[in-house]
Design a protein around this ligand. Structure first.
Ligand SMILES: [Zn+2]
Length: 362
C-alpha cells in the first residue's frame, strides 16, 4: 500500500480500474459457471405436438438434444426447441444432437436448428440408403447430411455418449438398442416375461430406434424413441436389462404398438411423461398398461387426448396443454434431478407446481 501511494495518481487510478475490471470478470464468469453448474441435471420434454424433442442439460453444462420434432408449420417446433435451449436453459450451443430413428417427427429440425445455433456432434443409428415407408427420405436426409457436414456418428447398442463429468455424482448415458440390435441380456430375471406375447414383425424404422438409459447417481431415466413391441420384449427378456427406473418417457407418444407391458411393468417407473399430441398417441391401451405399474405415482401428458374423456387419461393437473394444436402455447414438462441424484422435481411450464419425488434405491 505504501509503495502504491508513491506512484502517480493516474497510474494508481488505471491499476484500480484494471483490478475492478478483473474482479468484475471473475464475478461474472463465476456467476455464469454457477448457472451452468448448479449441479442439477435437467430434462426438458418440449411440446412438439405429438413428435419428440427432449433436451438434457448435464451438471457440466453440456446439452443433449434427443430428436427435434416436425419440420414445417412455420418453424413451430424449431422455434420451441430454440426457445427452450436459449431462453430457458440459457445455452449457446447444442453439444450432442441425437436422432432416435428416421421418422420426420424425430429428425424434422436437426438441419434447421443447425443454421440457428451451433451443433457440435450429431449422433444417429446410421443413415440407411432408403426408407421403405418414406419415398422422400433420400432428399430429406440430404439436409441432415449437409447440416452435419457428413460427420454424424453412428451409435450402436452398448455405446455410451462421451459426456463430461462434473461434481461427485457419476453420469452415464448408455445406448441399449439401435438398428434392431439389443445389448446382451443382463440383470435380474423379468417376472413379466412369462406373460409375453409377440406382435407381427415391425419392418418400419420405429423398431430400429435408439434407446437411451441415463444414470445420474441412483437416478434412472429411460427413453426408447418409438421402439416397438418385439424389440422392447427382446430388451427385457429373459432378464430385465434396463432395471427399474425413476422416470420413463412413455414410448412412441403413447401408442400401443410400443409400450409392451413386459417392459413397462418390469421397469416399474415412478413417474412417466408422455409426449403425445391432441390427436396422436395417448392411447387407452397404453394408459391401461401404465395404470398397472406398481410404483407409478404420476403420469404427465404433454397434451390432453381430445378424443378421450377425462377419466380415460391422466388428471387435468398433470396435463401440460389442454387444447387443440391450433393456438397451442406448447407448454413443456421439466424434470430436474438434484445434485446427488437423490431426488427429482417435475414441473409443468414455468408456473406449474413443482412436485418432488425420491429417487428409488437400487
Ligand atoms: Zn414418433
Amino acid at each position: 500500500m505504501m509503495c502504491c501511494r508513491m506512484k502517480p495518481l493516474d497510474f494508481d487510478f488505471r491499476r484500480g480500474i484494471q483490478a475492478f475490471c478483473l474482479l468484475l470478470t471473475v464475478l461474472c464468469s463465476s456467476g455464469a459457471m454457477a448457472a451452468e453448474t448448479s449441479g442439477r441435471l435437467d430434462i426438458y420434454f418440449i411440446d412438439v405436438e405429438g413428435g419428440a424433442a427432449t433436451l438434457i442439460v448435464t451438471p457440466a453444462g453440456e446439452s443433449v438434444l434427443i430428436d427435434s420434432g416436425y419440420p414445417d408449420f412455420g418453424g413451430r417446433d424449431r422455434d420451441r426447441i430454440l426457445h427452450t435451449v436459449r431462453d430457458v436453459a440459457g445455452l449457446k450451443q447444442i453439444d450432442h444432437a441425437v436422432v432416435s430413428h428416421w421418422h420426420l417427427d424425430h429428425y424434422g429440425n436437426h438441419a434447421a436448428l443447425s443454421t440457428e445455433i451451433p451443433i457440435k456432434n450429431f449422433w444417429d443409428r446410421g443413415i440407411p440408403d432408403a426408407l421403405q415407408e418414406d419415398p422422400k427420405f433420400v432428399d430429406r436426409v440430404a439436409l441432415y447430411r449437409a447440416a452435419s457436414q457428413n460427420g454424424s456418428k453412428t451409435l450402436a447398442a452398448g455405446d455410451k455418449l462421451p459426456l463430461k463429468q462434473a461434481g461427485r455424482t457419476p453420469l452415464e448415458v448408455e445406448v441399449l438398442t439401435a438398428s434392431r440390435e439389443v445389448i446382451p441380456s443382463r440383470g435380474e430375471a423379468n417376472p413379466h416375461a412369462k406373460d409375453q406375447t409377440a406382435k407381427p414383425e415391425d419392418t418400419s424404422d420405429n423398431a430400429a430406434s435408439i434407446t437411451l438409459l441415463l444414470k445420474f447417481g441412483s437416478f434412472r431415466f429411460l427413453c426408447c424413441g418409438d421402439l416397438t413391441w418385439n424389440i422392447q420384449s427382446k430388451l427385457v427378456t429373459p432378464r430385465n436389462s434396463v432395471g427399474k427406473v425413476d422416470l420413463f418417457m412413455v414410448t412412441h407418444h403413447g401408442l400401443p404398438t410400443s409400450n409392451n407391458p413386459a417392459l413397462v411393468l418390469a421397469i416399474d417407473p415412478v413417474v412417466a411423461v408422455m409426449c403425445n399430441g391432441p390427436t396422436k398417441g395417448g392411447h387407452p391401451e397404453t394408459i391401461a398398461t401404465l395404470r398397472k405399474v406398481k410404483s407409478l405415482e404420476h403420469l404427465y401428458q404433454l397434451h390432453r387426448n381430445v378424443k378421450l374423456d377425462a377419466a380415460g387419461q391422466t388428471p387435468a393437473e398433470f396435463i401440460a396443454n389442454t387444447g387443440e394444436t391450433e393456438g397451442c402455447e406448447g407448454v413443456m414438462v421439466k424434470a430436474s434431478v438434484s445434485q446427488d441424484g437423490g431426488s427429482y422435481t417435475l414441473q409443468i411450464g414455468k408456473e406449474g407446481r413443482p412436485r418432488i419425488y425420491e429417487t428409488r434405491k437400487h
